[in-house]
Design a protein around this ligand. Structure first.
Ligand code: GLU
Length: 595
């Protein structure tokens, strides 16, 4: 998410492709919006976007470009994503006209128990920060396996070749900007506890200066090692051993920078856990909204379910662009109702029949009947009763989750294939441990489990268990219209991902905004809590009319999400869109600005 013009961008062959911004080979700008033909890429980072465009330009397809861009984000956005983490890859195959997915979510150790995050000395759950910065929070990373599977199934180039541009960026370095520096500063106490992390990100004991060049030769070597030896090196070989050692014996520094308030606990992930890691390929969630077909990620993400349920509820309301207050009122109510249901029913092992029910129009009607057009519901709202008919809520329950890490990218190629990919290491900075000698941070994804039952006396679908994957909110979404691609989008932002994706769809489809307007518009997130989280501009603009309907606002948040999206125009063109301002702005590009 940084405008980092200094080094330009390296091509697969290692030549400099991009001169200093904003000029871009071929003439398209590396700004937040690009329109044109021949393929498109939108990511949070200009280097990653340019790498993706270069792959497309050399004849690679959307999958090739997405993997090369993702590997680059592992270098330039190391606190959001990388081979130490996991994610969800959604692919539209133009020839087959089908949407397929890869669930590369991290999985917990085989020995993981429901009490994983309960301190045995006092039977109380660990504090979040204590659980996060520990070996306990680390799940088996699924990202590298995802890249391999995607390129083998759907790509045209070898994973080995697609790792090369990222390796070169890691070797030569990139310019630190204010966002990057701030992310380190926010994590300084945690990063300072580990020699491997402070050596990389706290040079001279402090966050790197804005404008300095950050190199990561260890990560370059790791990428090249994977290119030579294959992905087994990370699941069964020397990198696997280093990951397991880091988890089981966190590399705590004898000379820490700063103090950390908690003991740094070891985890139990084993070599067997890594060796047995399996990708899953669940069918996407599929629902209709007006004349659109919306495909999203199935469990263990709650994204597809919650976005679909909320859209179905919105559809019952007969919204139009002339009544913005009504549209936003229903958006907030539909979000709250969907979150209540997601918290009660959605986890890694939710039966497909429950997923199908939650994304059905019948369920939407059963939930929408609770919305009063003239008065906001009191939050939190109870979940619906899955076994009842009519307007019957079940018991209250369900907290919200926070988090602002993760990254998202959107790629489309000239053949009409699309990749929507959200991947993460959970918190910004993951669990704060760089695997010594390997140059990447480990995830803390297992803290996405609920530490204790949030739904009592009902069961909580998101408690830890052996080999289980924690529930996610990541919502890579592909939308078709009349069987043709219309829009692909996704965002980071923890549980706010769901509402960000939903709100962009509302803005674009219901309120008739252009895609860049829909992306830029101020955001609000109602995740079934007493107060709405909103960006200041949202509260200023819509607060009075929504407050009059009984909505309540919590304290403002500076920003929600960091989305990327591509819209497909009727004449075969692309509108690639990234954030104009949030998280330092993103980078969209097309292969040819004109036909
Ligand atoms: N770990 C979160 C999830 O899977 C994403 C974290 C974030 O975006 O901040 O839902």
């Amino acid at each position: 998410m940084r405008i980092r013009p200094v080094l330009g961008v390296l091509t697969l062959s290692g030549a400099l492709l991009v001169a200093p911004s904003p000029a871009f080979a071929g003439g398209s700008a590396l700004g937040p919006t690009a329109t044109g033909y021949g393929g498109a890429v939108s990511t949070v980072d200009p280097t990653a976007t340019a790498v993706g465009i270069d792959v497309l330009r050399r004849g690679g397809n959307a999958v090739d470009a997405a993997v090369a861009a993702a590997a680059t984000l592992g270098v330039t956005e190391p606190f959001s994503a990388g081979i130490g983490g996991g994610g969800f890859f959604v692919y539209y195959d133009a020839r087959k006209r089908s949407v397929q997915t890869i669930d590369g979510r991290e999985s917990g150790p085989a020995t993981m128990k429901e009490t994983h995050f309960i301190d045995p000395t006092d039977n109380l759950p660990y504090e979040f920060a204590e659980a996060r910065v520990s070996g306990l929070s680390v799940g088996t990373p699924g990202t590298l396996a995802t890249w391999e599977s995607a390129t083998k199934k759907w790509g045209t180039k070898s994973l080995a070749s697609l790792l090369q541009p990222a390796a070169k960026v890691a070797d030569r370095g990139f310019k630190v900007d204010a966002t990057f520096r701030q992310q380190v500063a926010d994590n300084a106490a945690a990063f300072g506890q580990f020699d491997s992390t402070k050596a990389l990100y706290l040079p001279n004991g402090a966050p790197p200066a804005v404008g300095s060049t950050l190199r990561n030769p260890d990560l370059a070597d790791t990428y090249r090692l994977i290119a030579r030896q294959g992905t087994d090196v990370l699941y069964k070989g020397s990198v696997a051993r280093d990951i397991v050692r880091t988890v089981q014996k966190p590399p705590v520094s004898a000379t820490p920078v700063g103090t950390w308030a908690y003991p740094i606990r070891p985890g139990t992930l084993t070599l067997n856990d890594l060796a047995r890691y399996d990708l899953r390929h669940p069918a996407p969630t599929k629902s209709k909204f007006r004349d659109l077909t919306v495909y999203g990620m199935n469990t263990p993400s709650s994204g597809g379910v919650a976005v679909s349920e909320a859209l179905n509820i919105l559809e019952t309301a007969g919204l139009s662009k002339t009544d913005v207050t009504k549209a936003l009122h229903y958006y907030l109510e539909a979000s709250a109702l969907s979150f209540a249901d997601r918290n009660r029913y959605v986890g890694a092992y939710t039966p497909q029949r429950v997923v199908d029910k939650l994304i059905s129009d019948r369920w939407a009607a059963q939930r929408a009947c609770q919305i009063d057009p003239a008065k906001a519901l009191t939050k939190p709202v109870p979940p619906g009763d899955i076994n009842a008919k009519g307007c019957t809520p079940a018991k209250v329950g369900g907290p919200t989750e926070q988090g602002q890490s993760t990254t998202n990218l959107t790629v489309a190629d000239r053949w009409g294939n699309i990749v929507e990919y959200t991947f993460t290491i959970e918190q910004t900075g993951g669990n704060a441990m760089v695997v010594p000698g390997r140059g990447f941070l480990l995830n803390n994804e297992l803290t996405d489990f609920n530490f204790t039952n949030t739904q009592a006396p009902a069961a909580d679908p998101n408690l830890p268990g052996p080999n289980k994957r924690p529930r996610s909110s990541m919502s890579p979404t592909i939308v078709l219209k009349d069987g043709q691609p219309f829009l692909a989008l996704g965002s980071p932002g923890g549980a706010t991902i769901i509402t960000t994706v939903l709100q962009i769809l509302l803005n674009r489809v219901v309120l008739g905004q252009t895609l860049p307007q829909a992306m830029a518009a101020p955001r609000a997130s109602q995740r079934n809590t007493a107060g709405i989280q909103a960006e200041p501009a949202f509260r200023t603009t819509y607060g009075p009319s929504l407050t009059a309907l009984g909505h309540t606002f919590a304290a403002d948040v500076p920003e929600l999400g960091a989305a990327t999206a591509i819209e497909f125009t009727r004449n075969g063109g692309f509108i690639a869109s990234a954030e104009p301002a949030r998280r330092g702005s993103g980078a969209a590009a097309v292969v040819h600005p004109t036909r």
